[in-house]
Design a protein. Structure first.
Length: 293
C-alpha cells in the first residue's frame, strides 16, 4: 500500500493536460571559473522531508522557501511578493498560462534571488497562493515557521548541489548553465492546446494512449483513467478505463497536471512502473511509451 499524507502531494499540480515542453539547451557561455569555490548554506529539513532555505528577494527578507529539485517553476505567495516589492496592487493573471490559471496569479522577474551567498539574477517566478504550499506551511508553522514559497528549476539549475543531511547543509557549485524561461515555454505549449473544456489526451515526450480526468471536488489520490486507446502502450500494459492512476515511475499523479509532468519525464521506449488502483487494490503495471509520430 502506498503510504503518504495527502498534505504532501506534488507541489506542481498547476496545469491541467499541459503537454511536456522540451528543455532548452544549456547555455555554457558563462563557464564558471575554476577558482570559484563551492558555497555552503544551512538548510532546515521539515518532517515532510522538504528542504527549507532562507531566501532574499531583491534585498528583502529573509523568507522561508522550500527548495524542490523536481519543480519546474519558482513560486511565492502574494503576501511575500508584495512585501518584497515585486508586484503592484491590481496585478492579474494576463493571458497564456496565467490566464488559464485564473485571477490572483502573476508572473514576475526577481531582480536578485539569494540563498546565503548564492545569488541568481533575473529569475522568473510565479506569484500565487498555491494550496499545497499553504497546507505545508499551516502544518509546520507552529514548530518551524511559515513556508512562503518554493524554489524550482530557474534558480537551482545554475548549480550542482550536494546535501549533507547530518550537518543540514547544502553545497552549491556553479556549473555554468543558464536556464531559459521555463514558464514562457509552458505558455507556448498551452497556446497550442484545444479549447480548455474539451477532454485531452496526455501526449508528452512519448505516446501513452491515455485519457485522464479529475473532477473539481475529487480529493482522492490519483486521477481517473477515462479512456485507454486500443493497441496503445497503456492498453498493452494492461491499464483499463476506470483505473485510478496513482504514480508513474515513482512520481505522484494527483492531478492531470501532475500526470502530464510525470509522463513527460519518461523517455519514449523506456519501460517504467505504473501503479493504478483497481477494485480497491493497488496494481503495478509496466508501461513502455511509444515514440510519437
Amino acid at each position: 500500500m502506498i503510504m503518504r499524507a495527502k498534505l504532501f502531494a506534488a507541489l506542481i499540480g498547476l496545469l491541467a493536460g499541459v503537454p511536456a515542453v522540451a528543455q532548452d539547451k544549456p547555455n555554457l557561455k558563462a563557464e564558471p571559473k575554476k577558482t570559484d569555490p563551492p558555497i555552503v548554506v544551512p538548510i532546515e529539513i521539515l518532517p515532510s522531508r522538504h528542504f527549507v532555505v532562507q531566501v532574499m528577494l531583491d534585498g528583502k527578507g529573509p523568507y522561508r522557501f522550500i527548495l524542490d529539485t523536481g519543480a519546474p517553476l519558482t513560486i511565492m505567495n502574494s503576501k511575500t511578493a508584495k512585501d518584497a516589492g515585486l508586484t503592484k496592487k491590481g496585478g492579474g493573471g494576463g493571458g497564456g498560462l496565467l490566464g488559464m490559471l485564473g485571477g490572483g496569479v502573476n508572473q514576475v522577474e526577481v531582480p536578485t534571488m539569494e540563498i546565503g551567498s548564492v545569488k541568481a539574477d533575473k529569475t522568473p517566478a510565479m506569484v500565487m497562493d498555491h494550496p499545497t504550499v499553504q497546507a505545508i506551511s499551516d502544518a509546520f508553522k507552529k514548530d518551524h515557521g511559515p513556508v512562503e514559497g518554493l524554489i524550482g528549476f530557474p534558480f537551482f539549475a545554475r548549480y550542482s548541489m550536494t546535501v549533507d543531511y547530518q550537518k543540514k547543509e547544502l553545497t552549491f557549485t556553479p556549473n555554468g548553465y543558464k536556464p531559459g524561461d521555463y514558464m514562457q515555454d509552458m505558455m507556448a505549449g498551452i497556446m497550442n492546446l484545444e479549447e480548455r473544456n474539451k477532454p485531452r489526451v496526455v501526449k508528452p515526450a512519448g505516446v501513452w494512449g491515455l485519457e485522464l480526468a479529475k473532477d473539481k471536488d475529487d480529493d482522492k489520490d490519483g486521477v481517473t483513467v477515462k479512456a485507454v486507446f486500443a493497441d496503445g502502450p497503456a492498453a498493452k500494459a494492461g491499464v483499463k478505463a476506470g483505473d485510478r492512476l496513482l504514480t508513474v515511475d515513482g512520481r505522484w499523479t494527483d492531478s492531470v497536471g501532475d500526470a502530464a509532468v510525470a509522463t513527460s519525464l519518461v523517455k519514449a521506449g523506456k519501460a517504467v512502473p505504473v501503479v493504478v488502483q483497481r477494485d480497491g487494490k493497488e496494481v503495478t503495471l509496466t508501461v513502455t511509451p511509444a515514440v510519437g509520430r
